[in-house]
Design a protein around this ligand. Structure first.
Ligand SMILES: [Zn+2]
Ligand SMILES: [Zn+2]
Ligand SMILES: [Zn+2]
Ligand SMILES: [Zn+2]
Ligand SMILES: [Zn+2]
Length: 248
């Protein structure tokens, strides 16, 4: 973890403090949302936030999944629709881009995704460039949005998820306002208790129901881990919200 108080050129008028917000926030750097610790302007009126990865983005970097050398930009250098080659989401702020004619783009946060995640039961999940078998969420190897994208895969290939799919799952709820209502997470938590979510996952057919339950329970753990990797470790409240959204 970095320094607790910094100055950042994107908000040079005030200092930013490393905080653990109780609510999800939108990063003013990459414009993506976040759940975990972040840099927040010391003046609360500013509502200025930066992901740790965005605040500490190095001027240039590389990633083992890409042959390109990547340069940091605080604004997208090209006009037109750009999207991240890892997660498929739009890039509209801080971005790493290569020098190719059709450049590759990456969110600073996506380049810092952990290469491996481990569940409490010791199940290992690996970050991969390509999906070796179908994504349990969309049922396909390709994502619906433009790219194949990176994915997280368990060692047995039983649990495979596109990063794009897990990200969409959360962003959809974010856009619909499940996480914040009138700026109040607690209010939306109450709203959720009367909300009856559908099962978010394609379960393999032909399995006995206890087997299916077990698969679903592991899948939920895997999805929660991926969500934490993508958005930051959620506070207890956010975590309960997400669990509610995943439960059937
Ligand atoms: Zn960011
Ligand atoms: Zn400020
Ligand atoms: Zn490139
Ligand atoms: Zn991304
Ligand atoms: Zn998928």
């Amino acid at each position: 973890m970095g320094l607790t108080k910094i100055k950042h050129p994107s908000h040079s008028q005030h200092c930013l403090l490393l905080k653990y917000p109780q609510e999800p926030y939108q990063c003013n750097g990459c414009m993506g949302i976040g759940f975990g610790p972040c840099y927040e302007c010391e003046h609360e009126d500013c509502s200025f936030y930066l992901h740790e990865e965005c605040a500490n983005a190095a001027p240039s970097t590389s990633h083992p999944f890409s042959k390109c050398s990547l340069k940091f930009h605080d604004k997208v250098p090209q006009e037109g629709e750009r999207y991240c080659d890892a997660c498929g989401e739009d890039v509209s702020g801080f971005v790493y881009q290569c020098k190719h004619k059709n450049p590759h783009d990456f969110h600073p946060r996506c380049l810092k995704l952990p290469r491996t995640l481990t569940t409490e039961d010791g199940l290992m999940i690996q970050l991969r460039k390509k999906l070796p078998s179908k994504c349990l969420y969309c049922g396909s190897k390709e994502t619906s949005n433009r790219i194949q994208g990176w994915c997280y895969v368990s060692s047995s290939y039983q649990y495979c998820y596109h990063i794009a799919c897990v990200k969409n799952m959360i962003l959809e709820k974010w856009r619909k306002g499940y996480f914040i209502q009138d700026g109040n997470v607690k209010a939306s938590y109450l709203a959720l208790q009367t909300f009856n979510p559908s099962r978010e996952i394609v379960l393999p057919s032909g399995k006995s129901s206890s087997k299916a339950k077990q698969i679903w329970s592991t899948a939920k753990t895997v999805i929660m881990l991926i969500i934490s990797a993508l958005f930051g470790e959620p506070t207890t409240l956010i975590s309960v919200l997400v669990q509610q959204l995943l439960s059937s």
